[in-house]
Design a protein around this ligand. Structure first.
Ligand code: HEC
Ligand code: HEC
Length: 471
């Protein structure tokens, strides 16, 4: 009975939302009503977890959250500045732009499938140019260069949006790696005084050692946080799941307060709206994002074959590990999430071999050709950010960016400073200095081979076709 009701609600929502709103005794003037719809038609976690909705219906709802242009009646914004909201640019009542409140929708930024052609191919879930870059944690900008050092002073972060295709495979790999590393942690605790090597999917994360009292020495951990959770999302590798990322994105970009952060029926930002994004809507958003098609390989010509070989030989593949395989094809979704134990609180699961994600089966799992080790690396002083103190290592560290789809996602590097692949490679430093120098030392033909290989790594051609333009 309840199932039928959930289903009916979803169908009514999809088919006759505009009519229903006209028919109802409207509380707001036309166009100002919440874009997520009236409360009774919104996706709730109970309905989603009960199995009443098909993957298509969930993806459709997730697409709606992803592309909705949120309004103030949805809770866009932080509420009054006097009560703790972010200040607004020229007190305009709506946005700040630097340090968030910088967009009306997720799609506003993640909207380019290919920048390799003119004009670009637009589409849901892609990357973006510099105009869509985000500037978190900014306190001061000095464009006039009062210090006279030739640098526009900027103490925040400047980051360019990556594409979101194939993120389900990435999340599955990361969860499995976390599970392995947590077992190694247990092993260390059970064998005090013995140095335990941290290795998952062939990637080395340093070592740990426990003492007899059960204290862990994590000073030897490399490229991930001391809690041994692999966090593949965010350019610095800060988020273990798309859900964790999305919740922050909703708050940062749009001042929307997900129920899971502030509680149900709580108007924490005093903007007159509570239940701004339901737990079910965040679930639908995460499932939508993580079931998008993976990027694709296009056929290699002889130059690209030689380029692929060089990519291995000169050490690019040490970090940009071409493929990772999983033990299972099933990506599970949890709420609430327990980062150290992804097997807890599972409410939904998706077979990533199926469409639309469409990963290739390998053994009992899938192969994820993402070109990353999901580990953070010191990329040297040239690529350093300015958020932390000048000597802080964190400024120089970035997770190995996944290269699948890279032919389509210019501009490159965390802040989009490299307009071409060649520029991006030559800007590598720090741990990647040797590989970079070997690339620079290749003949022009040799470098062109590497670039020909990278040019075969393409985004999906028409992602999300299953849910786009359907009723
Ligand atoms: C103003 C532009 C902008 C908007 C709006 C935006 N994003 Fe992003 N997105 C970014 C940037 C920049 C990054 C890289 C973030 C980082 O490194 O921390 C990113 C990263 C991500 C990632 C992690 C991808 C990865 O591989 O690390 C996910 C998932 C994501 N965004 C989802 C969303 C969702 C969902 C929304 C809407 C709630 C959204 N984004 C809105 C710019 C944007
Ligand atoms: C030590 C690890 C490491 C090695 C070795 C390495 N890279 Fe990278 N690569 C990274 C990291 C980390 C980034 C992201 C840096 C940033 O965002 O500023 C990156 C970024 C890139 C990008 C930009 C992609 C994008 O979407 O922005 C390309 C292209 C690239 N690498 C290719 C190569 C090639 C080719 C080689 C071999 C010559 C190589 N890399 C060697 C770690 C490495």
């Amino acid at each position: 009975m309840r199932r039928t009701r959930g289903l009916t609600a979803a169908l009514i929502y999809a088919v006759c939302l505009p009519l229903c709103l006209v028919g109802a005794q409207a509380q707001t003037v036309a166009g100002d009503e919440p874009v997520l719809g009236p409360p009774e038609l919104r996706i709730q976690q109970s309905g989603l977890a009960s199995g009443a909705l098909s993957l298509w219906q969930i993806r459709r709802a997730g697409l709606h959250v992803f592309s909705a242009r949120f309004r103030k009646s949805d809770g866009f914004g932080d509420g009054p500045v006097a009560l703790g909201g972010r200040p607004l640019l020229q007190n305009n009542g709506t946005f700040l732009r630097i340090n968030g409140l910088d967009a009306q929708s997720c799609l506003g930024c993640h909207d380019e499938i290919s920048a390799a052609v003119t004009p670009v191919i637009k589409g849901v879930g892609g990357s973006a140019g510099i105009a869509n870059s985000a500037m978190p944690m900014t306190r001061a900008i000095d464009v006039a260069d009062f210090t006279g050092n030739g640098f526009a002073g900027f103490d925040g972060r400047l980051i360019n949006p990556p594409a979101l295709f194939g993120t389900g495979g990435v999340q599955l790999v990361a969860k499995e790696m976390t599970t392995v590393l947590q077992q190694q942690k247990q092993q260390a605790l059970q064998t005090p005084g013995t140095e335990v090597r941290l290795r998952a999917n062939g990637v080395d994360f340093g070592h740990i050692v426990a003492d007899a009292q059960g204290n862990l020495d994590t000073s030897g951990v490399e490229g991930i946080d001391a809690d041994l959770v692999v966090r593949p999302f965010g350019r610095k590798g800060e988020f273990a799941s798309v859900r964790a990322f999305d919740v922050n994105a909703l708050m940062f970009h749009m001042g929307l307060q997900p129920v899971e952060m502030v509680g149900a029926d709580v108007d924490a930002d005093n903007d007159g709206v509570s239940n701004e994004v339901t737990i079910g809507e965040v679930s639908a958003l995460e499932i939508f994002v993580t079931t998008q098609e993976r990027p694709r390989w296009t056929p290699l010509n002889s130059y690209a074959v030689s380029g692929a070989r060089r990519f291995q030989q000169i050490g690019c593949a040490d970090c940009h590990r071409p493929t990772m395989v999983t033990r299972s094809p099933y990506l599970t979704y949890s709420y609430p999430e327990v980062e150290t134990d992804p097997s807890q609180n599972v409410f939904y699961s998706v077979d990533l071999r199926q469409q639309p994600a469409g990963f290739q089966q390998f053994g009992r799992g899938i192969v994820v050709p993402m070109f990353s080790d999901l580990k953070r690396h010191d990329m040297g002083p040239e690529l350093a950010e300015s958020l932390f103190s000048a000597t802080d290592q964190q400024n120089r560290e970035f997770i190995t960016v996944r290269l699948w789809g890279v032919a389509d996602t210019a501009p490159y590097l965390h802040d989009g400073r490299a307009f071409t692949l060649n520029e991006a490679i030559l800007l590598h430093g720090g741990e990647a200095q040797t590989a970079r120098d070997r690339y620079a030392a290749l003949s022009v033909a040799g470098r062109n081979d590497v670039l020909a290989f990278l040019a075969t790594l393409r985004n999906p051609e028409s992602p999300n076709a299953d849910v786009l333009n359907s009723p």
